[in-house]
Design a protein around this ligand. Structure first.
Ligand SMILES: [Zn+2]
Length: 337
């Protein structure tokens, strides 16, 4: 059996670099030779998220690459095509959620066959995928841009959940990759002012390039945030304390969008009541994936400056450690390097 190296979330829930079998060649799937695959914040927490990360699989749900093999039953794709992989793209179109127009909740796509969560993902030289997960990369689109499609789709949905942003004063909590993308997208959508709150100095310094008018340390931010009188807060840090800050900073009838997963609530029901706040979740994406391809392909959203490190597979575990300590913003793994 041919083996290849891969970053695996083991059955006993540890992240390890291991030898894995090459993917099977199924007639209803393709093989993607991975060019780049990003490490997501949720990958760092994957050992503690058994409800979505099944364990015993290769991680990596932000992959781009080239088709090196196409199964006989797969129509419309050819060897040599560049693709961005939608890990939640294998929607069945028939379940109750799909029929209700909530394709981002499709059980098969998000809970059974999501690449890098419940099936082998892209932190390896090769990955098998169902054709529903494939999106063509437009000619001329850079490899970095292609690698950022999945997180950009996540950020796009979060920004969309906030409603019309024209002239709005927006607070973004969490200056990781999603927070930076959210800032850039809010700028495109005509936000009036943008404030970033982020504890890591390394990450705060990207705020200005992402369009933030102010980038604050949460330790010093509370009073400034009360003055901010935010119309919209987008929580992209996964910290309960950030949720608390956001609720505090919102004006009456303000909107809080939650795209960072936290196990601490920070949500005060009394504040929601007294300020008539609207709280909206943002879960994966649907049409936003294709919108993200278009935005990145035409350069409307820049990502090269956010790509702080590109590492070969054998540096992946070290990259996980750097991301845990927030000493780098975004790492793309290049399995060909
Ligand atoms: Zn479905």
């Amino acid at each position: 059996m041919a083996l290849m190296p891969a970053v695996v979330l083991t059955g006993d829930r540890r992240i390890e670099l291991r030898d894995r079998a090459e993917p099977d060649r199924r007639a209803d799937q393709v093989i993607v030779d991975i060019d780049l695959c990003g490490i997501c914040g949720s990958d760092l927490h994957s050992p503690d998220l058994p409800q979505v990360y099944r364990g015993g699989f290769t991680l990596g749900h932000e992959a781009t690459g080239v088709l090196s093999w196409v199964g006989d039953d797969v129509d419309g794709w050819a060897v040599g095509q560049r693709v961005a992989v939608n890990p939640n793209g294998n929607v069945d179109g028939t379940c109750e959620h799909c029929r209700a127009g909530r394709r981002n909740f499709c059980r098969r796509a998000t809970m059974e066959t999501a690449l890098g969560l419940q099936m082998d993902g892209g932190l390896a030289p090769r990955m098998a995928a169902f054709p529903g997960s494939l999106r063509a990369v437009p000619e001329g689109m850079s490899r970095y841009a292609a690698a950022w499609v999945e997180p950009t789709a996540t950020a796009l949905r979060a920004v969309g959940q906030a409603g019309d942003l024209t002239g709005a004063d927006v607070l973004v909590t969490g200056g990781g990759p999603i927070g930076q993308l959210v800032l850039r997208l809010c700028r495109l959508r005509g936000a009036g002012s943008l404030t970033l709150v982020e504890p890591s100095e390394e990450r705060r310094r990207f705020g200005a390039a992402s369009g933030a008018d102010a980038s604050l340390d949460p330790a010093a931010a509370r009073r400034d945030l009360r003055d901010l009188r935010a119309d919209v807060a987008i929580e992209a840090s996964g910290s309960g304390r950030a949720v608390e800050l956001a609720v505090d900073a919102l004006e009456p009838q303000g909107v809080l969008v939650v795209v960072g997963a936290s196990d601490k609530t920070g949500l005060d029901p009394a504040a929601i009541l007294f300020k008539e706040l609207t709280v909206r979740g943002s879960f994966t994406y649907d049409a936003e994936f294709d919108d993200a391809v278009a935005l990145l392909a035409d350069g409307a959203v820049a990502v090269d400056d956010l790509t702080t490190r590109v590492s070969p597979l054998d540096g992946a575990l070290d990259a996980f450690a750097s991301l845990r300590s927030a000493s780098t913003l975004k790492v793309l793994i290049d399995p060909t390097g």
